[in-house]
Design a protein around this ligand. Structure first.
Ligand code: FES
Length: 99
C-alpha cells in the first residue's frame, strides 16, 4: 500500500476545476481502480466511464489523459505517486466523460 495524490480535471464546459484526492493504492491497481476507489469511498459525484464487463482494454471507451498522455484507464497501471487525470479531449460532457 502506498499513498498517492490524484488531481482530476472536473466540471462542465466553461466551469472547469481541479479536485485533489489522496488514495491508498495497492500493487497491481489500474488507474480505473483508482477512479472507482475515489467514487466508492470519497466522492460519488465524480463522473468517469466505467464498463464493468470490460475493464480489459476491449471496448476502448475509458480513454483519459494521464499526466498529459492519452491512455485507457483500465489498462494503465499506477506507477507514479502523483497522478494528473483529465478528459482525453476537449469535447466534454462532465468531468472525465467526453462526447
Ligand atoms: S473499460 Fe473497456 S477499454 Fe477500458
Amino acid at each position: 500500500m502506498k499513498e498517492i495524490r490524484v488531481s482530476i480535471h472536473r466540471g462542465t464546459p466553461g466551469n472547469g476545476f481541479i479536485q485533489n484526492y489522496t488514495v491508498e493504492a495497492s500493487d497491481g491497481m489500474s488507474v480505473m481502480d483508482v477512479l472507482k476507489k475515489i467514487y466508492m469511498e470519497q466522492d460519488q459525484t465524480l463522473a468517469y466511464f466505467s464498463h464493468e464487463a470490460c475493464h480489459q482494454k476491449a471496448c476502448g471507451k475509458c480513454l483519459i489523459k494521464l499526466n498529459g498522455r492519452v491512455c485507457l484507464a483500465c489498462g494503465e497501471p499506477v506507477k507514479d505517486d502523483v497522478l494528473e487525470i483529465a478528459p482525453w479531449k476537449d469535447d466534454i460532457v462532465r468531468d472525465l466523460i467526453c462526447r
